[in-house]
Design a protein around this ligand. Structure first.
Ligand code: AMP
Ligand code: MG
Length: 428
């Protein structure tokens, strides 16, 4: 690993040695700590990350209860019941849902109590007979077959036991977690603060989308893509706008954002051209550069830096490059700031649907879409794979990790993919 850690000397040149992606991520993660904790009302908790384990304050269900409508009885009373010699049990009218709830009235010998689905069972009862399995004769019921003790019987705590850890620190509160919190009567939830991620787009050619384009100009789209992903994963984007190719202006915008944001993402201006000034702007602010350039395409120019413990991740301006490196570098960082403990990216394999006939000297992350074909996970390549092709990012839910020096890939080859979660998205 050491050979890939950039040397100070290399970082001072304009074209530093590229580091392995995994090394870059490792460096970033050292600074990706949760940004703080707080409490939130359950109605706003969806999508937030728990900052503490949740232990059940009560049993669920809270009492022994009936799973169906019928009669609670003692199994020993009906042990000898047959069609030829039915057992008659007297309905105890004093037993109600309320008396069962506080356990005051015990079911006596040869008695039965009317119960409904979910109502507490009276002390003494150890079995429930279905309503339709008995004949009611005035204040009595006739039972014609026995039932083993504790059949049709739900125990207190059989779902969730009091004191048990039911939700874990570092997990995202999903709709089911919200329901479990409600079932346990927990209305205020300990969560991590949502990190603020500032997004700055750099380039003289960039125009805000509400302005008129002049010849040679393009709209800033990276800010929108990245802000949308930041919001989708549950962090708070700050769209810090565009800034031209001017070291001082870039430096000023970065230092401004360092005051309010927990992390900064920039796109553009980070290659080695004369107009790539982000690196100099960072150095003028006294940041610590962790790495510059990654051994991958698209997005080789990516840079990672830290100032006052805050991460600054600078990505190539090419839209597909920004897309790929945002997911590979910035998503793990954001997950760390959010306090998420599970690995932020899912790495798996899929079968390539198309031929990819180029030889790649560099490690390449191709954009693709996954689908199932008769139980097999496959991945379809976006048609054009150039770093500046924004269309390749549309509904892209997989980055195909093609190792350096790979031979051309035939359809049917099993490939490694990094999944980009895209719930509910259209797949065509
Ligand atoms: P750069 O990384 O600055 O060399 O830019 C590489 C390419 O990406 C150029 O064609 C830029 O015009 C384009 N680009 C840079 N920033 C953005 C942006 N925010 N939105 C869309 N395209 C961009
Ligand atoms: Mg530029």
């Amino acid at each position: 690993m050491n050979s890939f850690v950039p040397q100070e000397a290399a970082l001072k040149t304009n074209s530093p040695q590229p580091v392995h992606l995994e090394t870059a991520v490792e460096m970033i993660l050292q600074y990706a700590q949760p940004v703080g904790t707080g409490k939130i009302g359950i109605r706003s908790a969806l999508g937030r990350v728990l900052s503490e384990d949740i232990h059940a304050p009560v049993n669920l269900p809270p009492f022994n209860r009936s799973p169906l409508d019928g009669y609670a009885v003692r199994s020993e009373d009906i042990a000898g019941a047959t069609t030829d010699s039915p057992v008659l049990l007297e309905i105890n009218k004093e037993i109600t849902t309320e008396s069962n709830g506080n356990g005051k009235v015990e079911l006596g010998k040869n008695q039965a109590a009317i119960v409904m689905t979910g109502t507490p069972l009276p002390p003494g009862a150890d079995v429930v007979i279905k309503l339709e399995d008995v004949r009611k004769i005035e204040q009595k019921i006739e039972v014609v077959s026995p039932l083993p003790a504790y059949s049709n019987y739900c125990f207190a705590g059989e779902d969730i036991r009091q004191g048990e850890r039911v939700l874990s620190k570092g997990t995202v509160i999903d709709p089911s977690s919200v329901g479990i919190l409600a079932a346990l009567g927990i209305s205020v939830v300990p969560v991590y603060r949502r990190p603020k991620v500032a997004i700055i787009s750099n380039g003289d050619e960039l125009v805000e989308i509400d302005k008129q384009l002049k010849p040679g100009q393009i709209f800033d789209s990276n800010s929108y893509t990245i802000a949308s992903y930041v919001r989708q994963v549950g962090a708070r984007p700050i769209m810090a706008g565009t800034v031209g190719d001017n070291t001082e202006l870039i430096a000023r915008r970065i230092s401004e954002m360092l005051k309010s944001a927990d992390m900064i993402i920039t796109t553009g201006g980070v290659s080695v051209g004369d107009f790539d000034l982000v690196r100099n702007a960072l150095l003028s602010q006294g940041v610590k550069i962790l790495f510059h350039r990654i051994a991958m395409r698209p997005g080789t120019p990516a840079l990672g830096a830290v100032k006052n413990g805050k991460l600054i991740i600078c990505l190539s301006g090419n839209q597909a490059a920004a897309f790929a490196t945002f997911h590979l570098l910035a998503i793990p960082a954001i997950a760390g700031l959010m306090g998420i403990t599970r690995p932020p990216l899912t790495i798996t394999t899929a079968v390539l649907h198309d031929n990819y006939l180029k030889t790649s000297t560099q490690r390449n992350f191709l954009r693709g879409r996954t689908f199932f074909d008769e139980g097999v996970l496959k991945v379809k390549l976006a048609e054009k794979q150039n770093p500046g092709i924004i269309r390749s990012t549309l509904y892209c839910d997989a980055l195909i990790d093609v190792p350096a020096d790979s031979a051309p890939l035939q359809a049917g080859t099993r490939v490694k993919i990094v999944l980009i979660p895209s719930p509910w998205l259209q797949q065509n």
